[in-house]
Design a protein around this ligand. Structure first.
Ligand code: ADP
Ligand code: MG
Length: 354
């Protein structure tokens, strides 16, 4: 009871913020409001001064259009914090922006989702960076756990759930039960790799060079992993590798399927590997409850059917899969006490080791 009153008081004087620090997209959830920031995870840095000149969509816009001393940096590459200073700038920018919408007396409580398998050093860096941005409390959660909470899986119950998060830099496959990650695997085959697959396929099949942005657009427009009744087509413009001049070709969904098939096979194999090493009771839970897919890659056409066919377990594509982690951080914020045990413990708060 006292807790409830205290909670209401805190809500009045301070903001609670959830951050999904994705390799491709960074989202911010403001308690009471929902997702208020959804930006690419890109920071533009002036190399002469070392200063950050833009963050998010603005930074992405500058890619390839700026003087050479301004470079775009991705703070998280393949699920690893690649640049601590830039990560810190990114977090500070997000917290300030979230705060700006409704300034309160106290610094915010912040829940940050970090890639699964991140090292202690990296976790500490994220924690410190968040604290330096003015947070009163910092809580760190692994993204697969946050995503599972976001799509309302019963993570704390004695029942196994499997979640697959196909993001930009990495895909995480995790089995969760009793508030913990029982088995997991992270692989560097995700959205970015599919884009590169498409680039190299088009280079070798059509002798045309296209950029990553174009590859991503084609992937989203006509990418699929299962043939459909109505074939899809897209025209792409690139630089002819022989003449050096621009050229346009028509490619089909079949081309994209072929381009990405090896990566998709790897992904499916990894899911099988995780299932094979999962305790039998939990596998039987997963078989009856199905596997859940989140992240931008969940939107690849046919991915659910293809997976289900190979693992012989029902596959559910989450609704609004790109926001699952951010929504999860929001649910954790609403009920921090309830979720405390699933958070990554702060070493400073652990009892000294004997
Ligand atoms: P992260 O959590 O690593 O930031 P996201 O979950 O935000 O990643 O997913 C980003 C990835 O999802 C990108 O590689 C993007 O190309 C891909 N993606 C987004 N929408 C689609 C779509 N409709 N079809 C295929 N891939 C998509
Ligand atoms: Mg993610």
């Amino acid at each position: 009871m006292a807790n409830k009153t205290l909670n209401r008081f805190y809500k009045f004087i301070s903001n609670d913020i959830g951050i999904d620090l994705g390799t491709a997209n960074t989202l911010v959830y403001l308690r009471g409001q929902g997702i208020i920031i959804n930006e690419p995870s890109v920071v533009a840095v002036n190399q002469k001064t070392g200063r950050v000149v833009a963050v998010g969509a603005q930074a992405k816009q500058m890619l390839g259009r700026t003087p050479s001393h301004i470079v775009a940096v991705k703070p998280l590459v393949e699920g690893v914090v690649s640049d601590f200073e830039v990560t810190e700038e990114m977090i500070a920018y997000l917290v300030n922006k979230a705060q700006a919408s409704s300034k309160k007396f106290l610094g915010p409580r912040v829940v940050v989702g970090v890639p699964y398998g991140i090292t202690n050093v990296e976790t500490r860096a994220v924690r410190d960076a968040t604290r330096n941005s003015g947070a009163r409390e910092v809580h760190i959660v692994e993204e697969p756990m946050a995503a599972a909470i976001g799509i309302r899986l019963p993570v704390k119950d004695p029942v196994g759930s499997m979640i697959i998060d196909i993001g930009g830099g990495t895909s995480d496959i995790a089995v969760i039960s009793l508030g913990g990650i029982v088995r997991a695997k992270t692989l560097k085959i995700a959205g970015d790799k599919l884009n590169l697959d498409i680039i190299s396929y088009i280079r070798s099949e059509f002798k045309i060079l296209i950029g990553e942005k174009t590859a991503e657009q084609i992937k989203m427009a006509i990418g699929s992993v299962i043939p459909s009744d109505t074939p899809l087509e897209a025209s792409i413009k690139g630089r002819d590798l022989v003449t050096g001049l621009p050229r346009e070709v028509i490619i089909t969904d079949g081309d994209i399927r072929e381009a990405i098939s090896q990566s998709i096979d790897h992904l499916i194999e990894s899911v099988k590997e995780v299932l094979e090493t999962t305790p039998p009771e939990i596998v039987s839970d997963v078989m009856s409850r199905g596997v859940h897919v989140v992240g931008g890659g969940a939107l690849i056409k046919g991915i659910g059917e293809l997976l289900a066919e190979h693992i012989r377990i029902p596959v559910h594509i989450a609704e609004d899969p790109l926001t699952a982690v951010a929504r999860g951080t929001g649910i954790i914020l609403e009920n921090l006490e309830n979720f405390r045990e699933i958070l990554i413990q702060n070493e400073d708060e652990l009892p000294p080791q004997k």
